[in-house]
Design a protein around this ligand. Structure first.
Ligand code: TPP
Length: 322
């Protein structure tokens, strides 16, 4: 959680200084979901992410130096600087891509997990999306197919109460879990500010999915302290009250979780300081690595845009006759 928080705070500074040449969608406040979910996944499992995905990707174990280089557009980035903040992918880690299209990770999750299971594996996939995405048809199609094809995707809905500036209550008539339950899968709703609760719910969903092929839906009740993205303040739009924001800040997992660990004798002040120090060093290393990495050459702009079809493991195109 500490790494995700500091990574994103650093991104915000880099956007201000124009070293990241785009807006980024921070997940500051939502770290407990990313940490709890990804800690429950096994090495064989997959993950699909969203436009607010740095936490998911870092939690899954992507190298922060390479993710930072990606956000800064360098060739050493996870996607050689072509993807940026919203399109980080790392198939070797089971990360099937962050995605700028709301809800679009869910059919990818179903297809990839179906393929892996058909090939005899026992992979499960965590498919992240926000509360706004529950109104995307493709999410419901993906959930329905997962049920009837017995594909164990855990549909991970990060309910942070807003889609850009629209409150959930203005766009969704029934509780999110009821809508998901309508397709016939187990649903639950957990406190997304509590990494322990997130991890427990996720572990149970994963275990059931791995064993029985059952998909499930978990709503994580959470909050973003930041705006929708780094340019929100410039719009001057206000849609959340100070009282509401302050109430959620009081539940900051970066404060409450270390306190809880301390109360249980698991983490003392020195231990916390050591973790914070390690994170700071890693962040500094990441920014230095990215700054010192080369930019892609303009002549390479179309490289990687199309599959060549010449790889030994690439099936030949026999359909269509040529
Ligand atoms: C298909 C599609 N429609 C609209 C958008 C524009 N858009 C980007 S983020 C967003 C809100 C998403 O809200 P939610 O799913 O709750 O995720 P959150 O931003 O809260 O994490 C919208 C409407 C988009 N990227 N893709």
């Amino acid at each position: 959680m500490r790494l995700i928080r500091r990574f994103e705070e650093t991104c915000v500074d880099l956007v201000k200084d124009n070293e990241i040449a785009a807006v980024v969608h921070e997940s500051i406040g939502q770290e407990a979901v990313a940490a709890g979910v990804t800690a429950a996944l096994g090495p064989q499992d997959y993950l699909t992410s969203t436009h607010r995905g740095h936490g998911h990707i870092l939690g899954r174990g992507a190298d922060p130096t390479r993710v930072m280089a990606e956000l800064m557009g360098r060739t050493t980035g996870t996607n050689r600087g072509r993807g940026g903040s919203m399109h980080v992918g790392a198939p070797d880690l089971g990360i099937l891509g962050a995605n700028g299209i709301v809800g679009a990770g869910t059919p990818i999750a179903v297809g990839a997990t179906w393929a892996a299971r058909t090939a005899g594996g026992d992979a499960v996939c965590a498919a992240f999306f926000g509360d706004g995405a529950i109104n995307q048809g493709v999410v419901h199609e993906a959930m329905n197919l997962a049920v009837i094809w017995e594909v164990p995707v855990v549909f991970c809905c990060e309910n942070n109460l807003y889609a850009v500036t629209t409150p959930l209550s203005n766009m969704t008539g029934a509780p999110i879990t009821e809508r998901a339950g309508g397709v016939g899968m187990p649903v639950c709703s957990v406190d997304g500010m509590d990494p322990g609760a997130v991890h427990d719910a996720m572990s149970e969903s994963i275990a059931t999915g791995r064993r029985d092929g059952t998909p499930s839906f978990v709503e994580f009740r959470t909050y973003r302290y930041s705006g929708h993205h780094t340019a929100e303040a410039a719009t001057g739009v206000e849609y959340r009250s100070e009282t509401e924001m302050e109430a959620w800040r009081q539940r900051d997992p970066l404060v409450t979780w270390p306190e809880r660990l301390a109360a249980h004798g698991i983490l003392d002040a020195a231990g916390k300081e050591a973790i914070d120090g390690e994170v700071e060093a890693l962040i500094t290393e990441s920014v230095t690595f990215a700054r010192n990495s080369p930019w892609p050459e303009p002549t390479e702009v179309l490289d990687l845009a199309y599959a060549s079809g010449t790889g030994a493991d690439f099936p030949s195109h026999t359909w269509g006759g040529s």
